[in-house]
Design a protein. Sequence first.
Length: 84
Amino acid sequence: MVGWDPALGGYRAVLADNYGHADVMRGRIEGDRLTFESVGDSPVRLRMTWDVSDPADITWRNESSIDGVAWTLIEVYHLTRIPG
């Protein structure tokens, strides 16, 4: 679930994954990138980025940071259009 939070002037998202993890994230658009980062002081933080700078090769990145250390790449996917 994603939406604009007018009180905070930014995007908010809620995520739940198949490992039982749930999180609240804040988002921003910078140029051709939409980025969400988990909110709060959890020791494990997530960052997800959609990059549309090349419309022929849109990518989604999933990264994590443990205890505030540098972001580490978990996975990158190249999104493709389904014909039809």
